[in-house]
Write a protein that binds this ligand. Sequence first.
Ligand SMILES: Cc1cc2nc3c(=O)[nH]c(=O)nc-3n(C[C@H](O)[C@H](O)[C@H](O)COP(=O)(O)OP(=O)(O)OC[C@H]3O[C@@H](n4cnc5c(N)ncnc54)[C@H](O)[C@@H]3O)c2cc1C
Length: 466
Amino acid sequence: MSGQRTPEVLVVGGGLVGLTAALVLRHHGVPVTVVERRETTSPQPKARRFHVRTMEIFREMGLAGLVHEAARDLAGHDHMAAGRTLAEAEQLPLWQPTGVSAVEVSPELPCLIAQDVLEPVLRAAAVEAGAEVRFSTELLGFEQTTDGVVGRLAGEEIHAQYLIAADGAHSGVRDALGITRSGQGAVGEPNVNVYFYADLASVVRGREFNLCRIDHPDIPGGLASVDGRRRWVFMTPGADTDRDWPTLVRTALGVPAPDLEVRSVLPWQAEMLVADHYSAGRVHLAGDAAHVMPPYAASGANTGIADVHNLGWKLAAVLRGEAAPSLLASYHAERRPAGWFVADQSTRRAESFTLGTPDPTLAHPFVLAAGGFQYTEGALVPDGSEEPILEFAPAGRVGTRIPHRWLDDSRSTVDLAGPDWATVTGDQVDFLSDDECLLVRPDDIVAWRGASTAEATKVRDALLTA
Ligand SMILES: Cc1cc2nc3c(=O)[nH]c(=O)nc-3n(C[C@H](O)[C@H](O)[C@H](O)COP(=O)(O)OP(=O)(O)OC[C@H]3O[C@@H](n4cnc5c(N)ncnc54)[C@H](O)[C@@H]3O)c2cc1C
């Protein structure tokens, strides 16, 4: 072995979740190394919808503006469209969840940006923040010792205090730890994604869309805008990848598209599986390594980003000696039920999407988009309150993200915590009475609801050292 490095945290996987883990850890001042076996960031556009909660996390790290700027190609492409072919498709009215408008939910708007555009932004930001980000570098194995983790690379070892496995759905780290997964497994039929280039700007102008449903009897599917002009993904049911895709896609488009060029054909199967343990010793699973879910609620990457936002401050507090290592047990206690909830909701959404029948158990869309899931145990003091899921009605309940309200100094309540803890009092917001006070964790989760800020400080210290 030629070299030895000693970051405090080793992140395996440089996808959306691994790169965000590095950003969160640097935000908390933790030395971190990311190893990614691919030479480049994702060549596939895959995820495109990033919820307000993810944009709040990027906002905390000073990145929301950069991400919105990189997303400008798809700005205004929020509509759905439908037709027999693209040429015949009509833009559908913009669908909005009932009861509350997006601007009341968050200081940030959601963002449509293709994964292959977002990942380079995160990679550059992580490097700028001081993370060591090494592509073309594969983790070949690892072992845990009493005081750390040793990662084995080709000709090199990395010694770290903790390892985050953000190594995707087929996580080798999860397998090496023998961590099993539970859940429904396959959901629905297999699909094929055909990623292609074709200049369709003049075809879609004036009826821009995020997703266009194609009802052609020979080749039904959905056409997703990647940049709204030249890059597209056509998704169609089936397992056969060996078809005459240029002809089929032209049929779905209903225009000659003489410059059409198929870039890749990706078979995929929606699955619902959640790891039974998110942590094993000094190793913590995050992102698709911990949970896979059907993409119909656009929540896989968003949930993974929330995982590392939760884990990052806890690792930092333990590494700084401010918290006992037992704090890290709250990662599994909080994020495993959250992962299960979102994976289950995504599965219900997939089934109601396929069957076309409304499902009364579907959570309000903002519950998924704004981190409305309530932790009932973990690094908090439960107060017996219950956050509803069929409606979006945040009220500062313990275990939920603090509701967004603009404050007198033009900050949002969501801006108060991170990287530090915060308190919010009844004279600042309308969802508390005058004599109430909330203790808010660095990840914006309400940890305690009580009467005085002095008591809040004591509760914080007790939670860290429990
Ligand atoms: C069609 C489709 C649409 C989707 N749409 C959305 C959406 O709109 N919104 C959303 O939130 N999610 C969406 N998703 C899900 C989203 O793409 C995934 O949840 C997300 O990419 C997971 O990120 P990750 O970083 O956990 O894993 P990955 O992106 O899989 O990254 C894992 C990385 O680890 C690397 N790696 C693995 N093993 C090693 C090793 N031993 N050493 C070094 N590196 C290693 C891999 O090369 C890979 O780059 C969609 C998925 C699909 C298929």
